[in-house]
Design a protein around this ligand. Structure first.
Ligand SMILES: C[S@@+](CC[C@H](N)C(=O)[O-])C[C@H]1O[C@@H](n2cnc3c(N)ncnc32)[C@H](O)[C@@H]1O
Length: 189
């Protein structure tokens, strides 16, 4: 579960995102963040599943990484947070350090396409990057038995191709939940 400090940090990041949206800043200047309700959910889910090898694809300024690291702190696990944009990751790094979550987080500044094939098998993955990459990145994941993959924006962006793709995977169970911008939660065999 997220503690008060984590919730406050997430609320601050989310308020900034809403303010940038309201001011209609150019897209490149706006932060795109995970909805706080989704952060609560993935933290609770990863904690309940006792996930210990967690991966955040598209960590950006940190909401999803806070959520997964808070779970990892409880489960004695670790998070790999992958982000391609240096300034975004630098901010996440500072925030996670303030929250005392840096000890359970490894930040990787690179293209997830290069990073994912070399990681240890994960038991919990959050996909929140460019939507055109979801299918390809899902296929690049190295997953432990019973791993869970959560993909954000499936309702806000109508990610039907991704949803169909994961549901075709043999033995996978998958459900769309109307939390935040809509998430696809997929459990692999
Ligand atoms: C929607 S934002 C992620 C928000 C973040 N999960 C949060 O909770 O605040 C998407 C992020 O994915 C990053 N990204 C896009 N393509 C990537 C790639 N190939 N590898 C790593 N990160 C990538 C972007 O730079 C951007 O910061």
């Amino acid at each position: 579960m997220l503690d008060t400090a984590c919730r406050e940090a997430i609320a601050r990041l989310w308020a900034r995102k809403l303010d940038q949206d309201a001011r209609k800043l150019p897209k490149a200047q706006r932060h795109r963040n995970l909805h706080p309700a989704t952060a609560e959910f993935v933290c609770a889910l990863a904690t309940g599943l006792e996930s210990r090898n967690l991966v955040d694809v598209g960590g950006s300024s940190g909401i999803s990484t806070i959520a997964l690291a808070a779970a990892a702190r409880t489960t004695n696990g670790r998070v790999v947070s992958i982000e391609i944009e240096p300034a975004r990751q630098a901010e996440a790094r500072a925030t996670l350090a303030e929250l005392g979550l840096d000890a359970v987080t490894r930040f990787v500044l690179d293209d997830a396409a290069r990073v994912l094939p070399a990681l240890e098998p994960a038991d919990f993955v959050m996909l929140d990057c460019e939507k055109d990459d979801y299918v390809g990145f899902f296929d690049l994941l190295r997953l432990a038995r019973g791993a869970v993959v959560v993909a954000d924006n499936v309702l806000s962006h109508g990610l039907t191709e991704y949803v169909a793709h994961v549901r075709r995977r043999s033995g996978a169970e998958s459900v769309t939940l109307p939390i935040g911008k809509g998430i696809e939660v997929t459990r692999l065999p």
